[in-house]
Design a protein around this ligand. Structure first.
Ligand SMILES: C[S@@+](CC[C@H](N)C(=O)[O-])C[C@H]1O[C@@H](n2cnc3c(N)ncnc32)[C@H](O)[C@@H]1O
Length: 242
């Protein structure tokens, strides 16, 4: 039997037969609308920048980066299904079929490296942040969106939940919804900050992402958790003193 941790870190999780994820990963979904509401103010600064989206899914954020005037915008994505959906939804958007771990940037550096909910699939955070640091320009920034530690293990919306404890700061969780089972590694925010710091990146901002008015209008079930953080946005910059 596959454990939540094994499933969470399977590169082809999104291609497994029982998961129909692409619909919620497309640009018009309530989910991506929620992320974009929080990310757009940052994306306003992406004009003329080189942007890399790690675990880009269907490429909606890469497409937005180009609309905001990014000089270069590339998505790295290991799932064939997500890439196929992305090619249909955003023709011309560059999606490279690869995991972060295997990605060959061929020496290209990026001003903005973003990862929206893909870190929950990355087993080795230290190696991930080191790799990200190696692809960042001097004044570059990293922006990640990660799950909230409490919210993700809360029983909600009738979903089936299987939790596997890893240690006191992280657990793996498999959540079964109508669209299938999706597993994540959920970590306390301090774990990300520590791994980033070890790679020479300092945390410059952390924002709790609560349900937005638009999201609650589109999906009223979120009104029941309106004061709770669903996810967090964490922003890092190169630590000049490291
Ligand atoms: C929850 S989805 C988020 C996709 C997209 N960022 C979004 O917000 O719609 C996580 C994505 O990370 C990808 N992924 C899984 N393992 C990965 C890895 N090792 N490196 C990069 N991406 C990975 C998955 O294929 C999936 O598309």
């Amino acid at each position: 039997m596959t454990t939540p941790l094994q499933r969470a870190t399977k590169e082809d999780q999104y291609d497994l037969g029982d998961l129909q994820w692409a619909k919620e990963g497309r640009s018009e979904s309530t989910r991506t609308g929620f992320f974009w509401e929080y990310l757009e103010p940052y994306a306003e600064l992406w004009k003329d920048k080189a942007v890399l989206d790690i675990g880009a899914g269907t490429g909606w954020l890469v497409s937005h980066a180009l609309e905001k005037g990014a000089a270069v915008a590339i998505g790295v994505e290991p799932s064939e299904k997500n890439i196929a959906q992305g090619q249909q939804d955003h023709p011309g958007v560059e999606l490279v079929k690869s995991s972060l771990e295997a990605f060959d940037n061929a020496g290209q550096l990026f001003d903005e490296i973003v990862a929206v909910m893909s870190f929950p699939h990355i087993a080795d955070l230290d190696a991930a942040f080191k790799k990200i640091r190696s692809m960042l320009t001097d004044g570059g920034e990293v922006l990640i969106v990660v799950p909230d530690y409490e919210y993700f293990k809360t029983s909600r919306h009738g979903y089936g939940i299987e939790i596997q404890d890893i240690d006191q700061d992280q657990y793996a969780i498999a959540v079964t919804r109508e669209s299938g089972t999706l597993a994540d590694i959920v970590r306390r925010l301090a774990i990300y900050a520590a791994a980033a710091k070890a790679a020479g990146l300092e945390l410059i901002e952390e924002k709790a992402m609560m349900p937005t008015e638009t999201q609650m209008k589109r999906a009223p079930k979120y009104a029941s958790v309106k004061d709770k953080a669903l996810t967090h946005l964490m922003r890092f910059r190169i630590n000049e003193s490291s």
